[in-house]
Design a protein around this ligand. Structure first.
Ligand SMILES: Cc1cc2nc3c(=O)[nH]c(=O)nc-3n(C[C@H](O)[C@H](O)[C@H](O)COP(=O)(O)O)c2cc1C
Ligand SMILES: [Fe+2]
Ligand SMILES: [Fe+2]
Length: 396
């Protein structure tokens, strides 16, 4: 049994088998589905787990409360990684009351056909458990519309749903002070860039709402339980990422089938380095999962994209990356671009259209190459790199 504080327990699970979260994002270190149980005069469960783990989940719940019934299930978020066990839970505990906002309760009905015995709550409403008292705050669009957090007024614990979550299964007990947390900081940035990235403004609103709230412990639905100084650090990471604040450095993301366009990327990288830029990351859009490219794009201010023309369009993996950037509504970047073709160019035109759509400052002159590398193209690539370096250095 894992006790976090008094009668607040961790009943979440590690998923070390899933390879792609949401069918998209790699999980080399796994992921957790965190659930919490407050065994007070009333018993409240906060969120559930992926339905594939129901058996283990119920075992953990019973280890804490034995044959006692669960009075309330508080639902902070309805994505199935957390809500998946609701239908079975109702079968195990027929008298359980589902507590959430109206939007979430409608989704419970829609996803699981579970309706009766619910308690709809609004912003600021509270739920008395005996010693503990939960207060609810809506944080819509972080990253679904029904999302809310539950704050324990007694022990100052924030049950935050996906907010402040990270990828990575737990290496030991869930509390940060009991493990090496190094892994989770980078996995938190990747989680944010992949899952929450589009919703910078709603995250900022949520942070403002929680600003005056004294938090001793963050219990999110993914990754470690954060305590002490880490509480402010975690909030700081989410604040920085949701402001789209970047640091000096350049991500060169390129597509290349036969290496010609890659030579342009290499020439640009070399010149950036010569010009004094130290954080340069080259990503082949076909070989590196976009999950990692997006995480680096959230970190570094410079973006240089390049790809060959393909079937009178642009190389498909670059089309994909452009769409991923667009749908995240990313800001605070400088953009350069380049492309190649053999008989009828299209790639650079497509990148130009992209550059007009996104809210980035375009730097340098786009470079277009016909067939193989030549001196004039190399020089143009160097000029593009220099323009990017100069723009970044002007911000120092
Ligand atoms: C399947 C395929 C489709 C292509 N379609 C076009 C095209 O529509 N127009 C064009 O100018 N070049 C086209 N190309 C040529 C590539 O743009 C050209 O070979 C380029 O040099 C490839 O760059 P890479 O060596 O970086 O892969 C195509 C190449 C392939 C393999
Ligand atoms: Fe989610
Ligand atoms: Fe989640």
């Amino acid at each position: 049994m894992i006790t976090l504080k008094g009668n607040v327990h961790y009943v979440g699970v590690n998923d070390r088998a899933k390879t792609l979260f949401e069918g998209l994002w790699p999980l080399p270190y796994g992921v957790t589905y965190n659930s919490y149980l407050i065994a007070d005069e009333k018993v409240a469960l906060i969120d559930t787990v992926d339905v594939n783990f129901f058996d283990l989940f119920i075992e953990k719940v019973r280890e804490v409360i034995g044959k006692r019934p669960i009075d309330y299930l508080v639902i902070n978020h309805m994505e199935p990684d957390h809500s998946g066990s609701i239908r079975l839970l109702r079968q195990f505990y027929p008298n359980i009351t589902l507590v959430s906002n109206k939007k979430a309760l409608d989704m419970v009905e829609g996803f699981y056909g579970v309706g009766a015995q619910t308690r709809a709550i609004n912003e600021g409403d509270t739920l008395e458990l005996g010693h503990h008292k939960l207060r609810f705050h809506m944080i819509p669009m972080v990253h679904w519309p029904e999302t809310m957090v539950s704050y324990d007024l007694t022990d100052h614990i924030l049950f935050s749903g996906d907010a402040f979550g990270s990828f990575g299964a737990l290496n030991g007990t869930p509390v940060d002070t009991h493990m090496d947390t190094t892994l989770y900081w980078s996995e938190m940035e990747r989680y944010y860039a992949n899952i929450v990235g589009k919703y910078g403004a709603p995250v900022q609103k949520a942070l403002q709402k929680l600003d005056g709230v004294f938090i001793e412990m963050i219990c999110s639905t993914h990754g470690p339980v954060w305590t002490g100084e880490n509480v402010a650090k975690v909030v700081g990471v989410y604040d920085r990422l949701s402001r789209y604040a970047t640091e000096e450095g350049v991500v060169i993301a390129y597509g290349s089938m036969y290496g010609n366009t890659q030579q342009m990327a290499e020439a640009i990288a070399e010149e950036l380095s010569v010009q004094g830029i130290r954080k340069i990351v080259l990503h082949d859009v076909s070989r590196v999962n976009h999950s990692y490219i997006l995480a680096d794009l959230f970190r570094y201010k410079g973006i240089i994209l390049g790809a060959p023309t393909y079937n009178a369009s642009i190389y498909p993996q670059m089309e994909m990356l452009m769409s991923e950037i667009e749908m995240r509504d990313m800001k605070d970047h400088y953009l350069g671009y380049f492309g190649s073709f053999s008989w009828a160019s299209h790639a650079v035109k497509r990148l130009a259209a992209f550059s007009e759509k996104v809210k980035f400052e375009v730097v340098g002159t786009p470079v277009e190459m016909k067939q193989g590398m030549k001196d004039s193209v190399r020089t143009a690539c160097q000029e593009l790199a220099k323009a990017m370096a100069d723009r970044l250095k002007a911000d120092r």
